[in-house]
Design a protein around this ligand. Structure first.
Ligand code: NI
Length: 434
């Protein structure tokens, strides 16, 4: 009997645990990623120059659909208004992997002096405004177009199916409209064929170039909006004892709401935020009004904590009002769920990110209290969402990097290659793990 060497044993063990990607295929994909970089940047610049608002991504959708069709990928158009879904079947059977890019721009007037800066203008909520890809969704579209091109080229070697989801309205549909991930899910984007896993990324102008950041479990917060109505009794401002002052009741409610996070949730588990962002009451200095109204947002990273906070807020609002002789009601609207990275999936996939960005360049971060509608997919199937750093070289991420949603928003396009490689690695690694 031949002696089994340690390295032979290692090979045996790893193939026994899960089939690994053929290193030749992986190497080829990485070479093709580098080769497509300049084309990907061109696509990004074109989309950047002609940005479109949420649920209005008509031209963007057409460009994506034309590209996917040219690759021989099966295409569904006008999903959730302007969304595009591409389905690429590999040569061998395997899992269905969805990759998602959001497509929409924002009502922001670009201040950058780039040759491809946006000059688009529109009216939004009755105001004249520019339109700008001020969150980097243009890079997401270009990265996924490049991913599609490379995977299509290597189709015969792929195990399973890749679904490319180009999603409209991540920033929120216009008033009175549905849209975004939630609508795509409702329209069956995760069915036919049924999606097993979904991956998504967000470029970040405020994170070092080429660094990938992630967190298992709650990465980004659930966002809920609330509205509180306080009913008092109107009186002359000189004679408050004749009425019930809803402004003073509101002040008590606001103060008591501060105790929800500070005094009654276990902050060692996850952070949480309760913000009152708006208050309206009264019309004149010497009139105590009958009614006050306020609104705000709640951010949580854990569904149980979210329920507890809602319950406590309801109790505070109604009971504080009652204790002061007023009545109050609170309406809490769940907007976006927690962007929840399946812990087992996250653990399995970190190595794929390391292959894209380098071992030391994949960093675990604390959770983020912003929200992301990728969460709607993760409610249905295991998903993994992460950030790709693309801070321009003349800025310091810890000091003067320009934030998202601002007129000076800028990303270093070199970050896109890291994002592309990450998407390719995640896809093929997952295929060959099954
Ligand atoms: Ni964004």
């Amino acid at each position: 009997m031949k002696k089994i060497t340690t390295s032979m044993l290692m090979v045996f063990l790893s193939t026994a645990l899960f089939a690994q990607v053929n290193p030749k295929l992986q190497g080829k994909l990485m070479e093709q990623a580098t080769a497509i970089e300049s084309k990907m940047i061109e696509w990004r610049r074109n989309i950047h120059q002609f940005p479109e608002l949420s649920n209005r991504e008509f031209k963007t959708g057409e460009k994506i659909a034309a590209h996917l069709k040219s690759l021989g990928i099966e295409v569904q158009e006008k999903v959730a208004f302007t969304g595009v879904v591409g389905i690429l079947k590999g040569g061998k059977p395997g899992p269905v992997i969805a990759l998602r890019a959001d497509m929409d721009a924002l009502p922001v007037t670009e201040r950058n002096s780039l040759p491809f800066a946006s000059k688009e203008k529109t009216t939004f909520n009755g105001q004249e405004t520019g339109v700008m890809h001020a969150c980097g969704h243009d890079t997401h579209v270009a990265m996924l177009m490049a991913t599609a091109e490379i995977l299509a080229k290597n189709k015969s070697e792929l195990k399973g199916t890749v679904k490319f989801i180009f999603q409209p309205a991540e920033e929120g549909a216009p008033a009175g409209e549905e849209g975004g991930a939630n609508l795509m899910v409702k329209q069956g984007v995760l069915e036919n064929p049924k999606v097993d896993v979904i991956f998504g990324a967000h470029i970040q102008s405020i994170s070092p170039l080429g660094r990938i950041t992630y967190k298992p479990a709650g990465l980004m917060a659930a966002s809920d909006w609330f509205k509180i109505k306080v009913y008092g009794k109107q009186a002359h401002g000189s004679a408050p004892w004749m009425g019930v002052d809803p402004i003073v009741v509101s002040a008590q409610i606001i103060n008591s709401l501060q105790t929800v996070v500070s005094r009654s949730v276990n902050l060692t588990q996850e952070p949480a935020v309760v913000t009152v962002g708006r208050i309206n009451a009264g019309i004149r200095e010497n009139i105590i009004p009958e009614y006050a109204e306020m609104g705000g947002t709640i951010r949580t990273l854990d569904t149980k904590m979210q329920d507890e906070i809602h319950e406590k807020m309801r109790r505070i609002v109604t009971n504080v009002a009652e204790s002061m002789g007023a009545t109050a009601e609170i309406d809490i609207q769940k907007m976006t769920p927690v962007t929840y990275n399946d812990p087992a999936l996250t653990e399995k996939m970190v190595a794929s990110l390391q292959k894209a960005a380098g071992d030391g360049n994949v960093v675990r971060i604390p959770s983020v209290t912003g929200a992301e509608d990728f969460a709607f997919y993760q409610q249905k199937v295991p998903g993994f969402f992460f950030f790709v750093g693309a801070c321009p070289p003349d800025k310091d991420p810890s000091k003067d990097a320009v934030g998202h949603h601002t007129p000076d928003f800028m990303i270093d396009e070199r970050g896109m290659l890291v994002g592309l490689k990450a998407m390719l690695n995640l896809t093929v690694d997952y295929m060959f793990m099954k």
